[in-house]
Ligand binder design. Sequence first.
Ligand code: OGA
Ligand code: ZN
Length: 389
Amino acid sequence: ILYLANFSILNNYCFMAEIKKLEKNNTYLKVLWSDGEESRFNYLWLRDNCPTAHDKDSNHRMFNILNVSKEINPKNYNINKEGKLEIEWSEGNHTSYFDLNWLRENCYTIKNKKKYISPYKLWDSSLKDEFKSICVEHDEIMESDNGLIKWLELLHHTGIAIVKNAPIEEKSGFAVLNRISHTRETFFKTPFEVINIPKPNNSAYTAHALRNHMDLPWFENPPGYQFLHCLINSADGGESSAVDGFAVAEYLKHNNSEIFNTLTKVYLKFRDKDYTQENHRGFHAPAIGLTKDSDYHDIRFSVATMDALDCHPDIMDKVYKAHHEFGNLLHSDKFQINFRMEPGDIFSFNNRRVLHGRTAFDPNSGHRHLQGYYMDRDEIIGRLNYLKK
Ligand code: OGA
Ligand code: ZN
């Protein structure tokens, strides 16, 4: 008997597949699919993922796996007339009906054989030659989901985008940002005013140059994205810079694995205690964070807010030299791009990947006013996932 199912796989490619054989084993049901793939479905996993386990509205699991024994297994199993995998369990007087599409799409045997593909498109200074490719029109985002998707894809994959021709009224950034989601609040308030002020509590609120940095590295969870909305930029200087920290990390991985290992393993210390705060925030994290797939998770780099390091004396020299090398690459012509923000531009970037900076400006030669917003990474990726569905 051949069991048929329709599989909708990522990128909307559909094909028919069939189950050729089911076989009961000690701890799992072996499924042989007609295209030659083989799946092993663990009994506890199957019982835990019975379609009746979840509440229809919240989609939360109501079933509690702790209420069955670790020895639970199928008393009977077959593919029924509706084409579902039907399992009568050895205990609890319960039968589960599994959709074959769901089983195939969630098959962890097949998933674990697949080579990981990174979502990130790494870039270096040659991105400047295709600067237009990272620009999106403000009205396109406001008026169409395709415009919004284009912006979100740039943010997620490339980590940088410039929204062009946004209005230049104060706080007008909210409307376009809310096309994605709500913003992330901090003590700087939303939006934060990037303007030179007397006795600033942050070096961004001066006319000084800012070396490439991320914002708020001393939070456990620094804002995932940052949006700098340019309202006025008529002063001399104040040119922007950006660098892909993941690309620099990748370069080190291939060219200096010892430094790469130091940057991924040693916990650095970041802190903030500006004079307006009744709060001393600090956090330890490596300069390069990795994911479970050894892809890049985040970068922590900020000369201004790195605290007095407290790593072991045996490694302090090595750590400083690695930091030095990393920092120089993060400012090198090979990796950094430079551009000038125009009023109506929203310089948008992954704050935990793309470091940003600016040259000094002359506050007597004209005005410069940016409004800044933050958003968590979950909002960008979650919204993109939703719109792509
Ligand atoms: C900031 C910042 C850059 C600029 O506000 O965090 O880095 O161009 N500003 O003023
Ligand atoms: Zn900044």
